[in-house]
Design a protein around this ligand. Structure first.
Ligand SMILES: [Mg+2]
Length: 220
């Protein structure tokens, strides 16, 4: 018998647990053994209904497929839920993309609620604030994966932050996406190893193509 109440949302969460193995096996087969797989559940969504017990069950399933981290498994403000999930989960637990200001991150870092924090530099106040969050995370042996789900400018900042701190290895970004690959004179491209180069020009190292930006501006 299902442990979830009989409504459409609970069916969805059961489907995730039931279909997940088949899906993950297909992804692993497609990318091979040398590519890291992460799973983002999207707990910041305003209609999110996944709860702690669901997340714990999902985490155990994901561990079976060597998923590197399980992201946004719970609602974005559920600090206590994340603390319990992180303590119990065999896979790394990440979140934080909608958290604003370093002062809010400190509570999550000090509570050991996450294995990985994901500040969005366009939300937390830019590179300087992101750097302070990153160092606080490093003091607590927490990894930082910047959340670059915004624009090419944000992604450039994420790459620089990631290169400048010891506790970062990945950048999460949006691709294909018009505001990421459609507004630069030279768009970001993955190299043959699947890596993004850190821009080396002045400032953030990118050149925004204003004509392309105008294309996406509301005024046209
Ligand atoms: Mg994400």
């Amino acid at each position: 018998m299902s442990p979830y109440p009989p409504n459409s949302d609970s069916r969805l969460w059961n489907d995730v647990l039931r279909e997940g193995p088949r899906f993950l096996e297909a992804v692993r087969k497609a990318v091979g053994d040398d590519v890291d797989i992460m799973v983002d559940a999207g707990g910041s969504d305003q209609y999110w209904h996944g709860d702690l017990k669901w997340a714990m069950e999902a985490a155990r399933m994901l561990a079976h497929y060597n998923v590197v981290w399980f992201e946004e498994a719970l609602r974005a403000d559920d600090l206590e839920g994340y603390r319990q999930l992180r303590a119990a989960s065999p896979v790394h637990i990440s979140a934080g993309e909608v958290i604003t200001r370093r002062q809010n991150f400190y509570a999550w870092i000090e509570a050991r609620a996450l294995d990985i924090v994901q500040p969005d530099l366009c939300i937390v106040g830019g590179l300087s604030e992101g750097r302070r969050i990153a160092w606080a995370a490093d003091d607590h042996h927490i990894l930082v994966v910047p959340h670059g789900w915004n624009t090419a400018v944000g992604l450039a900042a994420d790459l620089h932050l990631t290169a400048a701190i010891p506790n970062a290895r990945y950048v999460e970004y949006w691709f294909p996406a018009p505001y990421v690959d459609g507004i630069l004179a030279k768009p970001f491209r993955l190299d043959s190893n699947g890596l993004l180069a850190i821009p080396t020009g002045p400032g953030l190292g990118i050149e925004v193509d204003e004509e392309k930006v105008r294309h996406y501006a509301r005024a046209g």
